[in-house]
Design a protein around this ligand. Structure first.
Ligand code: UGA
Length: 439
């Protein structure tokens, strides 16, 4: 099937290449020339495991192309809208300007019988509004909402083998038509027995924000327990292991530490609260305010803990930050807890040196005031304390004996509860972590 993907960020670019992998003929459209140039040359404009191979294969087969010109989308049977919906500056609500401009642009090329498929995360009610615009301008065209649940770092796998498909459809024959087009798009995924939920626009939009709110709540729950563990001397890691054995609770997303960041969870829970307020249902989501506060408090606590281990003052101390991306296996630094902590430490007079296997280019552009080093060894040269803030595997695999040779003081703060505590302590390191007792 011929299809277009509007917006080629982490979501859109992977979606476009994955659709080509499924056998479709795809054009990706983005307003950013540099991104289109990179993708056209089979070069990923961001770090995402497996994406380079997927992109290369699709380009070689001639099934995928990219353009800045919306007219390249003409003649596509399906048009995926994959643009960002960031938090509005100074407000909780989502900024829908890119969704609106993408839809407006599509109207220029849209024909009756074609389907606009929204994948961006939007406030509930957006799809119904857009459907009016689309069908008002191009009678016979359809709109469907098909939220995406991919995780950065696993985007290729999650797109090709999602754990569910959700179709938000208009009522009546239009809904049936859109449903069969989506079934054709995802034929291989549907045939693999992937669960499919066919529903209305509002439910489909809410599935996405409800899922992300649940995940955020789960993380903040365990981080609230970490606060209590700190007050009582209990151990949050053992607590998580123990409650996680109950399969009604489950161990996933119960990793206590610095909390959640990124381009999704933080802004999605805020946009959800803002939308609930507009709908007169704000009370239903007041708990998300607490989820957000618990999450932000972890960053403050990390800075405080660093001050504590540095004999009560950060002034002039050399601090190493391992990891800058909002999570491992990504170069995304949007609302990164690690960088937030690094910047706070710097503001309090520490000399902070940050390292990350993938995100340093993005860091240097966005946070030029921090120092950066390519390797943990360079970053930790004569350090007074080392902070693990994003749990890349290579940092978990560091040899604490050897690594101890580069620092001035063997003090490690495990902001993600990811290091082998016994190993580090045996190598003479003073180990501290959020939600766990000091030795
Ligand atoms: C999240 C959702 O997991 C995806 O399902 C969703 O599609 C995506 O948002 C989106 O809305 O597009 P993502 O932002 O890539 O995916 O990252 P997650 O794996 O959810 O991690 C989010 C944050 O939570 C990271 O900062 C991570 O370090 C933190 N986290 C995760 C914890 O602090 N503890 C945990 O136990 C798990």
């Amino acid at each position: 099937m011929k299809m277009s993907v509007i917006g080629c960020g982490y979501l859109g670019a992977v979606h476009a290449a994955a659709m080509a992998e499924l056998g479709h003929e795809v054009v990706g459209v983005d307003v950013e020339q540099a991104k289109v140039d990179a993708l056209s040359a089979s070069r990923p404009p961001f770090y995402e495991p497996g994406f380079e191979e997927l992109l290369g294969r699709a380009m070689e087969l001639g099934r995928l192309s990219f353009s800045t010109d919306i007219s390249a989308a003409a003649g596509s049977r399906v048009h995926f809208v994959c643009v960002g919906t960031p938090q509005r500056r100074g407000e909780y609500g989502a900024d829908l300007q890119y969704v609106h401009s993408a839809t407006e642009a599509l109207l220029e090329v849209l024909n009756p019988g074609e389907v606009v498929v929204g994948k961006s995360t939007v406030p509930v009610g957006t799809a119904a509004e857009l459907a009016e615009v689309v069908t008002g301008k191009v009678p016979g065209a359809l709109l469907a909402w098909n939220p995406e649940f991919l995780r950065e770092g696993f985007a290729v796998q999650d797109t090709l083998h999602p754990d569910r498909l959700v179709y938000g459809l208009p009522e009546g024959t239009g809904g049936e038509a859109a449903c069969s087009v989506l079934d054709e798009v995802y034929a291989r995924i549907v045939e693999a027995g992937t669960p499919k939920v066919v529903t209305d626009y509002a439910t489909a939009e809410m599935v996405k924000v409800a899922a992300n709110s649940f995940l955020a709540t789960k993380i903040s729950f365990i981080n609230a327990m970490a606060e209590l563990c700190e007050a009582t001397g209990a151990d949050v890691k053992q607590l998580a292991d123990a409650i996680g054995h109950d399969d009604r609770i489950g161990r996933k997303f119960l990793n206590a530490g610095l909390g959640f960041g990124g381009g999704c969870l933080p802004k999605d829970i805020r946009a959800f609260m803002a939308r609930a307020g507009e709908l007169g249902a704000d009370q239903a989501l007041t708990f998300l305010r607490e989820v957000d506060s618990i999450n932000m408090r972890r960053r403050i606590r990390m800075v405080e803990l660093a001050r504590e281990v540095c004999d009560g003052s950060l002034m002039g101390k050399r601090i190493t930050v391992l990891g800058a991306a909002f999570k491992p296996m990504s170069d995304d630094i949007r609302d990164s807890p690690a960088l937030n902590v690094a910047a706070q430490l710097q503001l309090r007079g520490a000399n902070v040196c940050v390292t990350d296997p993938a995100a340093l280019d993005n860091c240097r552009r966005s946070w030029p005031q921090l120092d950066y080093a390519a390797t943990p060894q360079e970053a930790a040269d004569r350090a007074d304390a080392v902070l693990l803030l994003t749990e890349w595997q290579e940092y978990q695999d560091l040899d604490p004996v050897e690594f101890g040779g580069v620092v001035r003081q063997r003090r490690v703060l495990d902001g993600r509860n990811a290091l082998d505590r016994d190993k580090w302590e045996a190598a003479g390191w003073a180990y501290r972590a959020l939600g766990r007792r000091a030795a």
